[in-house]
Design a protein around this ligand. Sequence first.
Ligand SMILES: NC(=O)c1ccc[n+]([C@@H]2O[C@H](COP(=O)([O-])OP(=O)(O)OC[C@H]3O[C@@H](n4cnc5c(N)ncnc54)[C@H](OP(=O)(O)O)[C@@H]3O)[C@@H](O)[C@H]2O)c1
Length: 267
Amino acid sequence: MTTWPSWRRPNPSSTGSLRGQVVWITGASSGIGEYLAYELAKCGVKLALSGTNVENLEKVKQKCIGTTQLPLSKINHSSREECLLQKHFIVMETIFIDQIHTIECGPLGDSDVLLKPFDITDFDSFSSHVEAVINHFGKVDILVNNAGRSQRAGFETIDLPVDEAMFKTNVFGAIHLTRLMVPHFKKQGRGHVVVTSSLAGKMGQYRRMSRQLGGKMKAGERRMSTDRCSHLCAVAIANKLDEVWIAQNPVLILFYLSQYLPTIYRK
Ligand SMILES: NC(=O)c1ccc[n+]([C@@H]2O[C@H](COP(=O)([O-])OP(=O)(O)OC[C@H]3O[C@@H](n4cnc5c(N)ncnc54)[C@H](OP(=O)(O)O)[C@@H]3O)[C@@H](O)[C@H]2O)c1
């Protein structure tokens, strides 16, 4: 069964539609980037994986290759998508994409998963990495800017060099890498840039939300599993959604309210 607001997007794409594409994921050695790599590998996507931890990257690569060599029946793509909210449409979407995920994915070979370790703050090295990835696959279809660090100190206690380092890693690395990829995307006539960011960073509303929930919620609670989050990221990428907020409810709906009805959060 497929349900989707027909006025919006009558034919939602399954992640299987990404098959054969080349996706470059930064921050692929752990967390969301790692699980996104597994999710895409299952769909037959060729991958360039970046991070600084080479040992972890190698493990992720082997798992990507191993995952695609499972019998097809063990690859479960039937799922009920929830908690995927596209901003700018005042609608809480519950997307049912059952049955349409039956895909045939060939196994990925060693050369289908390229490891390209580098430090995202080492901007001078980027050109050579871009060239190497494009030369290896002959193209890049999607760049996923996911490398990033977080820290949870109280705002007033943070030293400026910490902020500067965070911006260098989380913001300028993505900007610079994307800028170097744009000529390639223009040349091939298409390209898709994905950026992961934090809802908490966007609005910093955890404490106020906690109060709304009777003081029961602490930062980090009510978290979605990483594989679930990465699966929803893959669905969002396959459907080229402009902006998605991924979180468990009621956190998601509270964030949404804080964005569009900010006065209700004022003291
Ligand atoms: N988890 C969440 O709840 C959440 C929520 C909102 C947004 N996000 C965002 O989603 C992204 C991934 O988060 P995550 O939770 O999956 O974090 P994670 O498990 O800590 O993974 C971070 C990834 O970024 C890479 N990275 C960090 N600094 C790097 C550097 N200087 N150079 C190259 N790679 C670097 C790490 O690779 P190495 O360790 O190999 O360097 C790692 O692969 C981040 O941008 C984060 O801000 C996460």
